[in-house]
Design a protein around this ligand. Structure first.
Ligand code: ACO
Length: 317
């Protein structure tokens, strides 16, 4: 038995904050943000939004796209670094909001690589026959997790959610997943839980940007090689690259590594900023709906984030 994507969906909050808006709020410029990151604007959740609500909206769209009914879903996996509660999981709220059966629902904590981790877990459950249809969601409200007086982090992030339904299939869809962690670099990208860590000064994202950048380019390069070699493929076999959307220069480096034109790379960073675990399913859904990614295409998803963690998934869509 194999797994394949049967439906995709996404949700972005209506409110948009542009780089020009940020210029009025802090000592920054559109030019700095654009040239350093590629980001032009980001979507920001409203006061009344919750991470679970964003996730549920994306999930509903995936269910409509795949024509999947609530009773068909066997499991909910939510990847998020910004869960509404320390416990229970965002997945449990989503399960309830969608009116699903009492199926297993849990969150995955792997920062910006969380969605690929969720896909990998879902794939294992489908291959073993434990589940036939799994909802995998990446959702974040990172704009709540940054210090809006820290210009080096707050300009980078945005809010949103993306979802896929992974279903059992006779033919291969999800070809392979590859996940890694280097916990020794925990300190270069993290957000402390100040309820538990009494000595932490604030709960906001802390990042040594240059170090993260350096590790990201190296590890993602290795990951591309690992994924191609595990599938006996070469660069030219890949139809689409859907990278985590953190920085256009990291994305360009991966396109170069794959000898791929940027036209074959799905980029949403300019419009959305870094939406962490949501960025890959958001980009996938956009590319499926606008007709770029078609059934049968070979799609490489790759991500990198706090942990450090990094992961890929190769998909015959
Ligand atoms: N506007 C204007 N100036 C700024 C801003 C800003 N928003 N932010 C920082 N600066 C200044 C700094 O103060 C510094 O000034 P100085 O030279 O006078 O000290 C200067 O710009 C350069 O700062 P750097 O941090 O060295 O800039 P860098 O070129 O490294 O770019 C960036 C920073 C964009 C964050 C980059 O390092 C990056 O993208 N890193 C990777 C981020 C990433 O991939 N994260 C992964 C996932 S996130 C997750 O897992 C949740």
């Amino acid at each position: 038995m194999y797994s394949k994507i049967v439906g995709t969906g996404s949700y972005l909050p209506e409110k948009i904050v542009t780089n020009q808006d940020l210029e009025k709020m802090m000592d920054t410029t559109d030019e700095w943000i654009t040239t350093r990151t590629g980001i032009k604007r980001r979507h920001v959740a409203s006061e009344t939004d919750t991470t679970a609500n964003l996730a549920t909206r994306a999930a509903r769209r995936a269910m409509e796209a795949g024509n999947v009914q609530p009773e068909q879903i066997d499991m909910v996996i939510v990847a998020t670094a910004t869960s509404d509660d320390a416990f229970p999981s965002t997945a449990s709220r989503v399960q309830h909001q969608l009116g699903l059966r009492h199926v297993v629902a849990f969150d995955v904590s792997a920062a910006c690589a969380g969605f690929n981790h969720g896909l990998s877990i879902a794939d294992q459950y489908i291959k073993t026959g434990f589940a036939k249809m799994i909802l995998v969601i990446g959702c974040e409200m990172l704009t709540r997790a940054v210090d809006w007086t820290d210009r080096s982090t707050c300009v980078l992030f945005g809010d949103g959610a993306g979802a896929v339904l992974l279903g059992a299939s006779e033919t291969p869809g999800l070809l392979s997943t590859h996940l890694h962690c280097d916990g020794s670099q925990h300190h270069i990208l993290y957000a402390p839980n100040t309820v538990v860590q009494k000595n932490a000064d604030s709960p906001f994202v802390k990042m040594e940007g240059k170090e993260v950048f350096r590790h990201a380019v190296t590890r993602l390069g290795e990951l591309v090689d690992e994924t191609l070699s595990a599938n006996n493929l070469t660069q030219t076999d890949i139809d689409w690259l859907i990278p985590h959307q953190a920085n256009i220069r990291i994305i360009q480096a991966m396109a170069k590594k794959l000898n791929m034109s940027m036209e074959k790379v799905i980029v949403t960073l300019d419009d959305q900023g870094n939406t962490s675990a949501a960025s890959i399913p958001l980009a996938l859904d956009i590319a499926v709906r606008d007709g770029r990614v078609k059934r049968g295409d070979l799609v490489l998803l790759e991500s990198f984030g706090g942990g450090l963690v990094w992961g890929s998934a190769l998909i015959r869509y």
